[in-house]
Design a protein. Structure first.
Length: 204
């Protein structure tokens, strides 16, 4: 398993744009069609078989922002690679007729490669959406933890700033509030004797 994982990591993993993926697929199919004509006398079946891995690679290598372009550029590239093996005689009309005939005969391979590209792109899209959802949940959980930690620190700071430097009850190192019911009674100071009121005599 370790050897397989290392081999997968060492494989090329480029990231192609939508246009780059289309060019890669079209150039690859055209080159394969030329080899097919030179070595196998323009075998349409071999061309269709080779189209499947090229479609898969295009869907795997297209970047995340251009995933929707994968299933679109694949059938266009299939048609772009057909001219070397399409054949046809009698000028442009005959050549065009041969191209249409080749497309009709290879429709199964065309649909198969497009389906493979669509499935790979869909799987990548679902994986990307799941990863983004997990990142959002992690960010939300982190914000909640930070908020709870801030509330606890604020509560602790309010308890430590109580009047008289007394801590909050129920915590280590906190001093209990003094009980005013059992405070020692202070001696009362005797009041001075009342002075007699001076009344002025009437008629003076």
């Amino acid at each position: 398993m370790r050897r397989v994982s290392r081999a997968v990591r060492r494989m090329p993993n480029p990231r192609l744009t939508g246009l780059g993926g289309g060019l890669f697929c079209a150039v690859s199919m055209f080159a394969l069609a030329c080899l097919d004509r030179l070595l196998f006398s323009a075998s349409l079946t071999l061309y269709g078989v080779l189209f499947l891995p090229v479609s898969a690679l295009t869907a795997v290598w297209v970047r995340r922002g251009d995933l929707a372009s994968g299933p679109v550029v694949v059938p266009i590239a299939f048609a772009a690679g057909l001219p070397p093996i399409a054949g046809g005689e009698g000028g442009p009309a005959g050549y065009l007729m041969g191209l249409v005939t080749a497309l009709a005969m290879a429709a199964g391979w065309l649909y198969g490669g497009t389906l493979i590209a669509g499935l790979i792109v869909t799987a990548r899209k679902l994986r990307l959406m799941a990863r983004r959802a997990a990142e959002r949940e992690g960010a939300t959980a982190g914000e909640r933890r930070v908020g709870r930690t801030g509330e606890r620190e604020a509560a602790t700071s309010r308890g430590s700033e109580a009047p008289g430097g007394l801590g909050r009850p129920g915590k280590a190192g906190a001093q209990p509030h003094p009980s005013y019911d059992h405070a020692p009674a202070r001696p009362r100071t005797p009041r001075p004797p009342a002075q007699p009121r001076r009344t002025a005599p009437r008629g003076s």
